[in-house]
Ligand binder design. Structure first.
Ligand SMILES: C[C@](O)(CO)[C@H](O)COP(=O)(O)OP(=O)(O)OC[C@H]1O[C@@H](n2ccc(N)nc2=O)[C@H](O)[C@@H]1O
Ligand SMILES: Nc1ncnc2c1ncn2[C@@H]1O[C@H](COP(=O)(O)OP(=O)(O)OP(=O)(O)O)[C@@H](O)[C@H]1O
Length: 299
């Protein structure tokens, strides 16, 4: 069974309030690109994960030497030989170091194990919800094979604020910490999109911390296109303060024929939306070759 972990972008991201627990109340318009990581799943006695692909080596290794992170090698595994529990309990947040795919497997009880090969094509810590998209894809794999438990949204939210949206992977509005979802009819499906990342990883927590606490107002109402056109990303300036090259990426995309250029999530990836694939491809060709890029269409 194969599943794509679609890259997430935030067409608008309005941060409204810092909460006592350090999390933030926000309003966001989630959208998804028609490409990303891929998950290959096979029935197995026990859950296992192998990570391959361009960005596989950028995931934190639980092994002191970083051994096992290379292409084709097992990267994260819940087994150490003898008789490990087939479906270990969830291991808390991502800070536990376990790959979020293993955490998602642990959060979804099943009658049999799954051997997953994750092809990591998306940059890590990039504002594309890469890990969340992987977890979302895993939820869809389990849904197809066995169905999901009724409380899957709660289980998904425990893995990360972006995970519930990534399970659905359709354009939707997120509120609260980003986990209260409301579907929206998208008038942007099929829109040509270009993602550009300067290859500088940026952790999400510190970017939220650098937000100045000023509520700049709610996300506008309207169609997806109208929200994208009139909306902001309130994490843009905090992210640029920590990763100045983002301003260069935005400026480079701003030279193109795009009708919308913005940073996604907490950065550093920026996106541009176009009227035609020709305009998108011309913009892609003009980007510095050292930057990562992915061209696609919105789902
Ligand atoms: C920036 C976005 O990607 C926009 O979609 C999300 O809000 C972040 O989603 P995520 O990476 O799945 O977030 P989590 O893994 O739950 O949290 C990572 C860190 O981001 C911060 N965080 C996240 C979501 C939120 N509403 N407020 C926050 O302050 C917290 O410091 C948290 O420790
Ligand atoms: N499968 C995975 N893919 C990416 N990162 C993972 C994965 N599993 C665990 N992580 C860890 O999660 C952290 C965040 O990575 P991720 O790529 O999801 O960030 P992001 O794109 O900024 O996400 P978001 O947009 O949701 O904030 C990294 O420190 C990484 O080590």
């Amino acid at each position: 069974m194969q599943e794509t972990a679609y890259a997430k972008i935030n067409l608008a991201l309005h941060v409204r309030k810092r909460r006592e627990d350090g999390y933030h109340e926000l309003e966001t318009l989630f959208a998804f690109v028609d490409g990303g990581d891929t998950l290959l799943a096979k029935r197995a006695e026990q859950d296992r994960l192998q990570v391959v692909g361009e960005f596989s080596t950028f995931l934190t290794s639980p092994l002191p030497t970083g051994e096992g992170l290379g292409v084709g090698a097992p990267a994260f595994d819940d087994q150490d030989g003898a008789s490990p529990p087939p479906h270990p309990p969830p291991q808390g947040g991502r800070s536990s170091g376990a790959n979020i795919v293993m955490q998602a497997l642990g959060a979804l009880p099943r009658p049999n194990g799954l051997a997953i090969t994750l092809e990591k094509n998306l940059p890590v810590a990039a504002g594309l919800g890469g890990g969340s998209a992987d977890a979302g894809a895993l939820f869809r794999v389990v849904e197809r094979a066995h169905g999901l438990p009724d409380d899957w949204r709660t289980r998904a939210a425990k893995l990360g604020a972006d995970v519930p949206a990534c399970v659905e992977s359709i354009t939707c509005v997120g509120r609260g910490t980003g986990t209260d979802l409301e579907p929206i009819d998208s008038d942007l499906t099929g829109t040509p999109v270009l993602l550009v990342n300067p290859r500088v990883p940026l952790a999400t927590g510190p970017v939220f911390k650098a937000w100045d606490g000023k509520d700049r107002g709610p996300m506008p109402e309207g169609t997806a296109r109208e929200i994208a056109q009139a909306g902001r990303n309130d994490l843009r300036d905090p992210a640029i303060s920590q990763c100045p090259v983002i301003a260069e990426v935005l400026a480079a995309l701003g030279q193109s024929a795009a009708w919308k250029v913005e940073m996604s999530g907490s950065g550093a990836t920026c996106f541009a939306l176009f009227d035609t694939t020709e305009a998108r491809d011309a913009a892609a060709a003009a980007m510095p070759s050292e930057w990562w890029q992915m061209a696609g269409k919105l789902r």
